[in-house]
Write a protein that binds this ligand. Sequence first.
Ligand SMILES: [Zn+2]
Length: 385
Amino acid sequence: MINCDLINFQLDTVLKTTSKRTLANFLIYNFLRSELKKQIMEEKSNCAQVPISFLLCSSIDFFMQILLNIFPISALRIFARSHFDKRKMKMASEMAEDIRNSLIEIIQKSTWLHEKTKMNAIQKVKMMNMKIGHLKELEIPGELDLFHDSIISSRIDSSFYHLEKISEKFEIEQFMDFVASHLPILSNNDYFEAHAFYQSWKNRLVVNVPFLDDPFFDPTYPKYAKIANFGEAIAHEMGYGFDSEGRKRDETGKKNDWWTSEDSLEYEKRAQCFMNQHNGLHLDGNLTKSTKIDEMIADMIGVAVAWNAYNKIDFTNEPKIIGFEDYHMDKMFFRLTALNWCGADQGKSKVFGVNGVFSNMKTFAKAFNCPVGSPMNPEKKCELL
Ligand SMILES: [Zn+2]
């Protein structure tokens, strides 16, 4: 049994009976040890994931990583300003708008959603806040300086240690600014990763700068290729706004049931159809039920919306892909879309992303001439919207 009085008494005795020099050494030692541990942990997580690799990291990489960790937003801004083709940002934003309109159209055309549910769903898509690439706010002249005001006005005349403490304070300020909604994105390294993500609690879609680059996106790609990969990925992320959890939030991201009870029941029935299909495919069951179903819903919406956008392309001036000059364009769309699920670490459940999704699409069966009843054209199909 722990007796607090006893511990206090002992600490009190220790403090009183130990020499000041020993106590000071003990405190300094603990402080340094925790600081060093922080540095090593940081270095370890920044270098390759081999346990001893932190010893092999070059010092330039190391300091570069410290800088990126402390100033991710500023680094992103500088990168975008100096090394990024502005046309990409514009083109990607325009394509994201096309995808938004394509999703709205699909909701409008839904044969089972009631008017009230449709209206609310469309409102949610219209209000989806899209952050494509870096922060436009920081492009305003002088904004970057203003952003670093607390650092610039600090006394930067002393040691590396002092500088590090100022930056730590800056990191905390940025975090608190994000919590207080003064800063639109959380200052962290996630923005250096080549991906897009949807934040359901804010009804917001974020596309990172590195995602707007080869092999995901390039201004020179034919439009159908851009829709099949970038467009599909954006539509997939938007789809999370209508997965089993996302659909329970409104256009502001707040929990709010905007479905008619009849439509809610029908949605659950349709979602269950995917679940049964997935179980029938005997795919790996590592994911929880809701993660699986949400991924499938995002997949279905992603491809359906991209297909709808693809059908609006004016093909007169669209270049052909070398080696596929005579290949049927619709088939090409599905092939290019399927590439989105390619990757070294894709689990078996990703198989649904291609075979499961495509086998539910009449348009796929038509493009590839699959006979009714064949694996990729089953009689019983699942459909969401
Ligand atoms: Zn996903």
